[in-house]
Design a protein around this ligand. Structure first.
Ligand code: ATP
Ligand code: MG
Length: 482
């Protein structure tokens, strides 16, 4: 079976997640004055958003790939806890195992964002091991869910849910039930995770747990072997950020997996994606190496998005088939792109949109796109699909089919994202809401001015080199042949 066959099975998987759920809150506002009370900025709040963090982000990653999740954790008796519960439910997760402890607040990280940057972060949490009563309830519920699940993920953020006693109960229960259990560890002492199937520390965590520095390949090998043996793991995965992953096995040589070279926007949450996808890989029958390859690919997609993000089955399959070239990574569906651009704009980035057929790319196109890119912080190119090109340019066109045009345009450094539309450019504009619409030779600026200005954007005519066109090139070739 190929890796894509396993990915296609993800949607049928059932996964139990036990760990520290958190609420990530973003408060968006603007600053226009200094407070009269203290030398601090006053933020006028426009809106706020709440997403799942910690183990909750692992659940988001699993749900985005279609898996059924059983979430076992603990929140406080507060609005944040109720938000966590409803966010989990909205992902289709089973929350029967989400216990409420009135003696602690729901772990919440509130980021106040203004002028495109973080002004301050406010944390609410009480780091406290579970009381014996909650330990029993939580473990009992997890053990009950285990029966229905194909894999168990332990997402430890050190907030106190995964006590040594819970860990050993769950790891033992998994061994008995012959279910893979993967732990993403926290802290200095990894002995608590002894007997897990897989452990996924990052490089820093692995180094700390071994009380050594990992500076060379030799150090890495030494640390890896030591953790693997001391903890009796079936596999150790050390994640190495931009350097990918190192895998260690008891019975065969270690294996390095390279990270996918790509434009990196935000590395936070990559570890959660690795945990989720490794789990789905094992749950769907892949071996450690196959599961890690897919997890590496998934993490690569996620670091290319803003904010703690997830990856869909389609994106993962697409990333895998195109992993030979980094080019089609710039491709996005309109819906996916709309969400991503909204997040970019919230961070103060100016989005430029240009559209066209780009059949037979020539220097006029290259110049147009380079100029368009300069009008903002990132450039999205919307390509007419093959049917629209035929309609606009006549029979025999396009010469290059859509897939080829996507790859060629994606190869340009000036281009950040490529998407495709079928004739309805107004619909696309309304969905993407670019800050600047760059108009080329064939775009009548006036046709779109009103729409773009209605949401606060603007249109801008871009000077294009005269005398160059795909039609002209085609004509030239015909003449030279005759
Ligand atoms: N800059 C990067 N470029 C490409 N891939 C990356 C990059 N950073 C992370 N990754 C991918 O994400 C995986 C996990 O990253 P990392 O080792 O940083 O985990 P982590 O420290 O647990 O992450 P976090 O705690 O921020 O979620 C890596 O193995 C790699 O596949
Ligand atoms: Mg991590």
């Amino acid at each position: 079976m190929g890796l894509d066959d396993y990915i296609k099975r993800f949607a049928g998987c059932r996964v139990l997640v036990v760990g520290d759920v958190m609420l990530d809150e973003y408060v968006w506002g603007s600053v226009d004055r200094v407070s009269p009370e203290a030398p601090v900025q006053v933020v006028l709040v426009n809106s706020s958003t709440r997403t799942l963090g910690g183990a909750g982000n692992v659940v988001s990653n699993l749900a985005a790939l279609g898996a059924k999740v059983f979430a076992v954790s603990l929140v406080g008796d507060d609005p944040a806890g109720r938000d966590v519960s409803s966010l989990l439910k909205s992902l289709g997760a089973d929350v029967e195992g989400l216990l409420i402890d009135p003696s602690r607040p729901t772990t919440t990280k509130t980021r106040v964002m203004a002028a495109g940057q973080q002004v301050v972060r406010i944390d609410r949490e009480k780091i406290l091991p579970l009381s014996a009563g909650f330990e029993d309830k939580l473990a009992a519920h997890a053990e009950k869910c285990l029966e229905y699940c194909d894999a168990v993920l332990l997402s430890d953020y050190g907030k106190g849910i995964l006590t040594p006693s819970i860990l050993s109960r769950l790891i033992d229960a998994c061994a008995l039930a012959k279910k893979p259990v993967i732990a993403d560890p926290k802290g200095l002492d990894f002995i608590r995770y002894q007997g897990a199937t897989v452990l996924t520390p990052n490089l820093k965590e692995a180094a700390k747990a071994c009380s050594m520095e990992i500076l060379s390949q030799d150090d890495l090998e030494k640390a890896g072997k030591r953790l693997l043996n001391e903890l009796s793991l079936a596999c150790l995965v050390i994640t190495r950020g931009p350097d990918g992953m190192a895998l260690f096995f008891p019975d065969r040589p270690s294996l390095l997996i390279k990270a996918r070279a790509r434009q990196v926007f935000d590395v936070s949450g990559a570890g959660d994606t690795v945990l989720a996808v490794l789990g789905l890989g094992l749950a769907s029958g892949a071996d450690f190496e196959q599961a890690a390859l897919v997890a590496n690919e998934a993490a690569g997609v996620v670091v290319g998005k803003v904010g703690t993000a997830t990856v869909s089955t389609e994106e993962l399959l697409e990333a895998l088939t195109s992993s030979a070239d980094s080019i089609s990574r710039k491709f996005r569906t309109t819906k996916g792109l709309a969400e991503e651009l909204q997040a970019q704009k919230a961070r103060g980035r100016k989005i430029v949109l240009a559209r066209g057929c780009f059949d037979l790319l020539h220097s006029g196109h290259v110049g147009f796109l380079a100029q368009a890119r300069k009008l903002g912080d990132m450039l999205v190119v919307a390509l007419e699909d093959d049917a629209s090109v035929a309609r606009l340019k006549g029979p025999g066109r396009p010469i290059l089919k859509l897939n080829d045009r996507v790859r060629v345009v994606s190869a340009l450094d000036s281009v950040d994202f490529v998407t495709v539309f079928s004739g309805d450019f107004v619909g696309l504009l309304k969905a993407l809401k670019p800050t600047v619409l760059a108009c080329g030779r064939e775009d009548a600026e006036d046709d779109f001015k009103q729409i773009v200005e209605s949401y606060g954007g603007r249109t801008q005519k871009v000077a294009v080199e005269q005398g160059l066109s795909s039609a002209g090139i085609i004509e030239g070739i015909k003449n030279s042949v005759n």
